[in-house]
Design a protein around this ligand. Structure first.
Ligand code: LMR
Length: 336
């Protein structure tokens, strides 16, 4: 072999081995979220990791970052668009700052009576229609995951709308939630989830609204004297990914990830209610917060006070979308 052919051979070997090394590098998926691991979303993310790694036989590695360890509210969406994280599962109440206010339809007070009403929307045409709106933002919606119904907590007992007067209440970044608190006479304050415990503890805010699972795992119940069983809305998640990343995956890998997401979604939604029921029992057993149950008349007064939020937000959400959801959920404002 002359010198020239030796050189060519060496170059070919170098290119081939670099290619093999590249082929052996797993595709890393960073999955960031803001809640604890022992929550419906935390467990769902770990289930996705387990299934995705097994079904791709190690060609994909999923790194799950819970508790805002990697990115917190207010930064994670931009990080997804920039490709610094590949999967998020923010609550649907957090898409407004991205410019997709239609997701705030989920925040309309009392629009869902039960899980079935919610699933009619998330698992139907409207759920897909909302995901389509993300594409122009470089985002693909993969699935909807449930947490559960929200309750109101404060250091003051909240039994009637009048009790909200003068209360400063933490909300997620949703204009509908802002309007909901104002309709009740409270002052809303948008705050990242990771900052809520300290804000409650130090009195920066008086109260907040969340599911039993979040109230328990973030220890909000230790710094809130009262929790009212209001069930006035839901915490629902959209599992989302970066479109360019997702579209660029090899087809067989994407198929394995799609099936893993489908099964992780079923798992997360199956455990959500039980996780919340168990959290409620633990909060009760702690004796740290007093749990207030509303009479049917009291609940009616809450509904009446909050109903105007539906009309007020027709402009930003879309009147047609609201009407379609009324159809899917059977919600009838005249019946309140
Ligand atoms: C909140 O900010 O209160 C929730 O959206 C947190 C979560 O992800 O459940």
């Amino acid at each position: 072999m002359n010198l020239k052919s030796k050189f060519v051979l060496a170059a070919v070997v170098a290119v081939l081995s670099a290619g093999m090394a590249y082929a052996q590098q797993p595709i890393v998926i960073k999955f960031s979220h803001v809640v604890a691991e022992n929550t419906p979303k935390g467990k769902g993310a770990l289930k996705f990791k387990e299934l995705a790694e097994a079904r791709t036989k190690g060609r994909v590695k999923v790194e799950v970052y819970p508790n805002s360890q990697l990115f917190k509210d207010g930064e994670e969406m931009q990080m997804l668009q920039l490709g610094n994280v590949q999967i998020l599962a923010p609550s649907v109440s957090k898409f407004g700052p991205l410019g997709v206010r239609a997701f705030e339809v989920f925040d309309l007070p009392y629009i869902f009576d039960n899980d079935q009403d919610l699933h009619n929307v998330t698992q139907g045409r409207i759920g897909q229609q909302l995901f389509k709106m993300l594409e122009s933002k470089g985002i693909v919606g993969l699935a909807y995951w449930d947490n559960g119904f929200k309750e109101m907590s404060s250091n003051k007992p909240l039994k009637t709308p009048a009790d909200f007067r003068g209360q400063k209440i933490r909300i997620q970044s949703s204009k509908v939630l802002d309007a909901q608190m104002r309709a009740l006479g409270a002052t809303p304050q948008v705050m990242a989830f990771s900052e809520v415990y300290q804000a409650l503890q130090t009195g920066v805010v008086d109260g907040q609204e969340n599911t039993w699972s979040n109230i328990y795992t973030q220890k909000f119940f230790e710094v809130q004297k009262y929790i009212t069983v209001s069930d006035h809305g839901v915490i629902e998640y959209a599992v989302i990914t970066n479109k360019k990343f997702w579209d660029g995956l090899p087809a067989d890998i994407r198929a394995a990830l799609d099936s893993s997401m489908k099964d992780a979604t079923k798992y997360a939604n199956d455990i959500a209610k039980q996780e919340n029921d168990q959290a409620l029992e633990k909060i009760k057993a702690s004796g740290k917060s007093q749990i207030i149950t509303l009479t049917p008349e009291e609940k009616k007064a809450w509904k009446k006070a909050e109903l105007k939020v539906h009309r007020e937000n027709e402009g930003s959400i879309g009147k047609d979308l609201i009407q379609e959801i009324y159809k899917d959920t059977g919600f009838d404002p005249a019946k309140l």
